[in-house]
Design a protein around this ligand. Structure first.
Ligand code: M6R
Length: 382
């Protein structure tokens, strides 16, 4: 049910603090003795958290042997895959490729038996993702599913995997599945990094401690719903939007743009902020709002210079910033603040205002938010 919300999408956006707690439950535990595969560390850091994923425990051998990970997915799940690549490369020092399942299945891509193929899917029924997995299975790669819908096709053909456990997602625009996927990818990168010995104990502890605080921080972002609604009303007549971010926030820019396209029918493009100079800057004028992901992380100052370039061309800026950022606030038209966190968890907070922005733009335009035109919740045909 929608509870007291006007739409499933809004309910699902507001569900995020709780469902992410569900996603972490039983996987992040405060029990040092159960830390896997590092017997030499047993007994140390008695108050530290551990992440335990049975898929990683059971398939430890194949995962440690993997020379490469290939992530296959579509749409929002592909955006989560781009974040997964950064996480796994950082924590596990393992090369990761991310492909659209639809392209991968018809390409001459090489799959080796020591590759691990990860399929990310909310519905677990996406035809292209399933077909790409079948291909990987034929080539004897370990097929690892990151799925929401329990018992779905993708979960059944996976050799192993991790459910995101965020509950049914009804709104066509994916919201809580995205943050659930990113949460699982963080846990997976940490669990595998610990097994491989490629993540330091200190960083592992820091990320886990920050991760368990994310649901409360999302709650703080949600408290700005009314403010975001007011901002959204100012943009309903815009015809185009640009979304820019870097590093972990680059896939968030893609995701923000996709959300706006899907339910508000406004053309939007996401780019890595530095790519602006290589073309999109030509589009900027007073009619072209630019959404910047400008939290206090990687390359913040460079993002600030990109903003200056937009301002000097009369572009309107809406910036997602870290709480207390006076520098950007003084420069741009609108800011939405998110609580501070570490870079690799930034997407879990910065995507929330973008979900709400697209929701409120669509509602203000009188559109059918939960069932936008031409779209289906699961794409079971190619
Ligand atoms: O169920 P899946 O995660 O496999 O679906 C993939 C895409 O079809 C899906 O993310 C789509 O892009 C959503 N409508 C995005 O909001």
């Amino acid at each position: 049910s929608k509870d007291n919300f006007d739409h499933f999408m809004l309910k699902e956006i507001f569900d995020q603090p709780n469902v992410l707690r569900d996603c972490m439950r039983g996987r992040i535990i405060n029990a040092p003795y159960s830390r896997p595969w590092s017997p030499q560390q047993k007994g140390k850091n008695t108050d530290s958290l551990s992440v335990i994923l049975s898929a990683v425990t059971l398939h430890r051998r194949e995962l440690l042997r993997a020379r490469r990970i290939i992530i296959l997915s579509c749409g929002t799940s592909w955006h989560a895959g781009l974040i997964g690549k950064q996480l796994i490369e950082h924590f596990c020092k393992l090369p990761v490729e991310v492909a659209y399942a639809s392209e991968f299945r018809y390409s001459d891509s090489v799959i080796e038996p020591d590759d691990v193929v990860m399929a990310i899917s909310q519905s677990g029924e996406t035809a292209d993702t399933m077909a790409a997995m079948e291909m990987a299975k034929k080539r004897n790669a370990l097929v690892f599913g990151i799925v929401n819908a329990v018992g779905s096709g993708i979960s059944r053909i996976s050799d192993t995997g991790v459910y995101i456990h965020v509950g049914p997602e009804i709104g066509v625009a994916s919201t809580k599945a995205f943050t659930g996927q990113v949460t699982v990818l963080v846990m997976l990168a940490l669990a595998l990094g610990m097994a491989k010995g490629t993540v330091s104990q200190e960083e592992y502890n820091t990320v886990l401690h920050e991760l368990v605080m994310i649901p409360d921080k999302i709650q703080k972002v949600l408290e700005q719903n009314d403010k975001i609604k007011d901002i959204a009303k100012k943009y309903i007549h815009s015809k185009n939007f640009l979304y820019l971010g870097r590093g972990y926030n680059y896939p968030v820019a893609l995701e923000g743009a996709l959300k706006l396209k899907e339910i508000s029918y406004i053309h939007a493009e996401g780019y890595p902020a530095a790519e602006m100079k290589h073309g999109p800057i030509a589009l900027i004028d007073s009619e072209m709002p630019v959404v910047f992901l400008a939290t206090h992380h990687q390359l913040y100052q460079k993002i600030v210079s990109n903003m200056q370039e937009v301002i000097s061309r009369n572009g309107k800026i809406l910036a997602i910033v870290t709480e207390g950022d006076e520098q950007v606030k003084a420069m741009v038209d609108e800011t939405i603040e998110v609580p501070p966190t570490i870079a690799c968890l930034a997407p879990l907070l910065s995507v929330i205002p973008l979900q709400l922005l697209s929701y409120h733009v669509a509602v203000a335009k009188g559109l059918n938010v939960d069932q936008p035109r031409n779209l289906a919740k699961s794409v079971t045909v190619e």
